[in-house]
Design a protein around this ligand. Sequence first.
Ligand code: DC
Length: 231
Amino acid sequence: MKPARVKPITIAIDGYSSTGKSTMARALAKKLNYKYIDTGAMYRGVTLFALENEFFNEVNTLNEEALKASLPKVELRFSDQNELILNARNVEGRIRGMEVSQRVSKVAALAEVRTKLVAEQQAMGKEGGIVMDGRDIGTVVFPRAELKIFMTAHPTIRAKRRLAELQSRGEEVNFEEVLENLEQRDHLDTTRAESPLKQAEDVQVLDNSDLTEAEQLEIALDWAKQRGAKV
Ligand code: DC
């Protein structure tokens, strides 16, 4: 008798900024041979589009109507290396800097932006076999995901990690600036009206303040196995 085919599962990873969601999600997807999607990159891509089209004025107010009207012109996809492609241009290098980080919460708060990106994310994951990270994956995008993980860590630890990342990319930023941006984004992400960041009911919380990447991966792999993923 043939062994029953193991159906690939859906893994949703949510949590605060700079908790290492993407690193964990990427490693988990590699181990399981699943697709990996970084939804934060998509919100960053729309923000870059808004910046380049001058929808932010000099005091950083967003022209929401102009952005909403232009949304059909925003085409996002990922390269084979999981780098973001915006309208046929690789923008991975541009979306990670402070310029985009400081504005992305305003773009992510718009219902029209979320509706478009959520529909695209659901289409990418409709066959399962996917690890997706973001803020609303377990609550809105895939509420029926077999495994939902909520990642958190102490803000100062997150800011240190983010500072190291930005400095390694040559950005001149200091710790206070990074911590402030992070706390501001936490606040906006958790208090916005549209799909605020919150823990799904059936979520596994992973506080990685004192965990190495290898330790986190081991924990997540165990959870995935318990939910039926074939490791
Ligand atoms: O994960 P990140 O820091 O790259 O995300 C960038 C911003 O996008 C973050 O401030 C919150 C927003 N975001 C969101 O609202 N929903 C998602 N699914 C992913 C990110």
